[in-house]
Write a protein that binds this ligand. Structure first.
Ligand code: PXG
Ligand code: PLP
Length: 440
């Protein structure tokens, strides 16, 4: 017999990516949300400076999305996705490929960013094998990359805290260098000028391992989780060229950058570089129902479609792939994005946003400010001997003052919903500035 639970008790929930004991001493509990704001359990209003966790791009509690989920739940709660389908799975895929860069016109559904990454990596390996290049088994990530928390993702990922506890992970993985160069690029507005040459690091790995052993390279066009690193001018173009030269697939992990964050529907369009495979999640459903997707080029799909017609072509999928509630939520989300032109709104606001976040360069302990679209990174000098603490103190202070920001290490990340108004940008930045002064 299980013990009855105490209302209000916090013991049973083991929270993800959270300092559990510290949190439970002073919990931060959200109970409602609307538009740009959360409410907490003390009925305080909290301005959402991070779109939840980079996902609520259209703002909270949007009517099309809410209604779509409600109606779908009453109509078709679940449909098995293996050898079966439901209408909205097709409808959504058709709508999605109208938004993607030309050529990325096949959609494979998952339930999260992490699953999208695993799917993309497996797709790349199988693609080469089907083409008779089964020696291409190596996967290349990048230092400081974040590709979710499953084994493939942490293997190609490059954030040490997410890797070091978990053994040897996937074999045959290597990493190119990250693009952060504070000495040359600190306080760059938009794309930094220096560092396109860092893409040449892929040539180093080709020279070391030989291209015939390399299946794919996966990078975030803008590295989010590690602290907002913007690609240097020309870097992604160079990476694309090197991949093409050596027959290596280029995977963009657009789980944060997808759905309007950088000013175009996808960062691939913002930066003018088309990958072979692209992963998304988060903004796909405005964060309302878990869902991810992987976009692949026609030629990749065609390669899989080469065997006997009655056989399964890709031995991969999830119980909840193309879940009806998720598809409905995504359709409601795309409708909201379209009606309000949200997928390009960041390009209209980015000048204002850039000026606002860069105005923090004179605040105490700010050592760098980085921005693109509606993403900002404000890097602080760490407290001596206590990395990440100063930024976390600023996070707590801002929350206390009614503004939700995000910190990773000593970098503060801002990524407000794409419906944000100029006064709200000012309010976020002013609150942050005051907190930075108090944290000095
Ligand atoms: N790839 C990228 C580029 C991501 O940003 C994932 C994969 C994994 O997605 P799921 O849905 O499995 O969480 C992400 C997720 C942060 C933070 O610290 C960022 C993410 C998740 C949690 C925290 O800013 N990004
Ligand atoms: N583990 C077991 C025992 C299962 O039966 C399944 C799915 O059938 C899974 C894991 C995978 O679950 P999901 O498809 O939700 O990822």
């Amino acid at each position: 017999m299980s013990q009855s639970t105490t209302p209000g008790a916090m013991d049973a929930y083991w929270m993800p990516f959270t300092a559990n004991r510290q949190f439970k001493k002073a919990p931060r509990v959200l109970t409602r949300a609307e538009g740009m704001y959360f409410r907490d359990d003390k009925n305080r209003q909290i301005l959402d400076g991070v779109a939840g966790l980079w996902c609520v791009n259209a703002g909270h509690n949007r009517s099309h999305i809410v209604r779509a989920i409600q109606e779908q739940a009453a109509e078709l709660d679940y449909a098995p996705p293996f050898q079966m389908a439901h209408p909205k799975a097709f409808e959504l895929a058709e709508k999605l490929v109208e938004l993607t860069p030309a050529g990325l016109n096949k959609v494979f559904y998952t339930n999260s960013g992490s699953e999208s990454v695993e799917t993309a990596l497996k797709m790349a390996l199988a693609y080469h094998r089907i083409r008779g290049e089964g020696s291409r088994t190596r996967l290349i990530g990048r230092e400081r990359g974040y590709h979710g928390v499953n084994f493939g993702g942490i293997s190609v990922g490059g954030m040490v805290a997410n890797r070091k506890m978990f053994g040897t992970m996937l074999s045959g993985v290597d990493h190119i260098r990250h693009t952060h160069d504070a000495a040359r690029n600190a306080f760059s507005v938009g794309q930094p000028a220096h560092g396109a040459d860092l893409a040449e690091d892929l040539e180093r790995l080709v020279a070391l391992h030989d291209a015939s052993t390399i299946a794919a390279v996966i990078v975030e066009p803008v590295a989010g989780s590690t602290g907002v690193l913007i690609p240097p001018q020309g870097y992604l173009q160079r990476l694309r060229e090197i991949c093409d030269k050596h027959g290596i697939l280029l995977i963009f992990d657009e789980i944060i950058t997808g759905f309007g964050r950088t000013g175009q529907p996808f960062a691939a369009q913002t930066f003018g570089v088309t990958p072979d495979i692209m992963t998304v999640a988060k903004g796909l459903t405005n964060g309302c129902v878990p869902m991810g997707a992987v976009f692949a080029k026609q030629s990749i799909y065609d390669t899989f479609m080469s065997g006997p017609e009655h056989l399964i072509e890709f031995f991969h999928g999830y119980t909840y792939s193309a879940h009806p509630l998720a598809c409905a939520a995504a359709l409601g989300t795309l409708q909201t994005y379209a009606e309000e032109n949200l997928l390009t709104r960041a390009s209209e606001l980015q000048g204002y946003f850039a000026e606002a976040v860069h105005s923090l360069r004179d605040a105490p302990n700010v050592i760098d400010v980085r921005n693109i679209g509606l993403v900002g990174g404000i890097e602080l000098a760490p407290l001596p001997g206590e990395p990440a603490k100063r930024a976390f103190n600023v996070f707590l202070d801002c929350y206390d003052k009614g503004v939700l920001i995000r910190t990773t290490g000593d970098t503060i990340a801002l990524s407000p919903p794409l419906i944000v108004e100029r006064e709200q940008i000012d309010h976020i930045v002013d609150t942050l500035r005051a907190a930075l002064k108090r944290a000095a």
